[in-house]
Design a protein around this ligand. Structure first.
Ligand code: RP5
Length: 179
């Protein structure tokens, strides 16, 4: 699935690759895709499983840089080795999103994703939807190091976050009983 913001124009080549261990992870990882679309960062999303289709994961990782990808995001649940296995075969930055899809509610995925051996880093996000959103923001921040337009978009995004908090504080104040 290639993300595109404007249907009447040819899709730009993806620079962020999102990989999920299963299509059942899509409701969570869709959040990452939406954030990247919001920032205008071309992204692609696919399914590849470290355990069920290791060859597909290996091919994705090995070809990623050649295909123009600059950052990889991996979302998986359970014994979540997807991000680590992708990181094993590429020097691109890999961001891991643990997903709470097993009876252990994400602890398994978190520890499997975060506890990488020295030499093979995975930037591990929070479990679940917040992690998926933050993965997209971090990917954009990595790209923005050499993209001043994207940097401006990210700075505006931070301002919007602060404005929303101020709006909520003002709205709460109106609801409180006057002393
Ligand atoms: C993991 O197992 C996937 O990332 C998913 O979170 C979980 C369940 O996968 P399905 O059984 O729904 O395909 O590998």
């Amino acid at each position: 699935m290639q993300a595109s913001t404007q249907s009447d124009q040819p899709a730009q080549a993806a620079v962020v690759g999102i990989v999920m261990g299963s299509d059942s992870d899509l409701p969570v990882m869709q959040e990452a895709l939406e954030i990247l679309n919001h920032f205008g960062v071309p992204a692609e999303i696919t399914v590849a499983s470290a355990h069920r289709s290791p060859q597909r994961v290996s091919e994705y990782s090995r070809s990623a840089r050649r295909r123009g990808l600059k950052v990889l995001i991996a979302g998986a649940g359970g014994a979540a080795h997807l991000a680590g296995v992708l990181a094993a075969e590429t020097s691109l930055p890999v961001i891991g999103v643990p997903i709470a899809s097993s009876p252990l509610t994400g602890w398994d995925a978190l520890l499997s994703t975060v506890q990488m051996p020295a030499g093979v880093p995975v930037a591990t996000m929070a479990v679940g939807r917040s992690g998926a959103r933050n993965a997209a923001i971090l990917a954009a921040q990595i790209l923005a190091v050499s993209d001043s337009k994207l940097q401006e978009i990210l700075e505006r995004y931070k301002e919007e976050l602060a404005e929303k908090v101020a709006d909520k504080a003002a709205s709460l104040q109106k609801k409180l009983p006057t002393p």
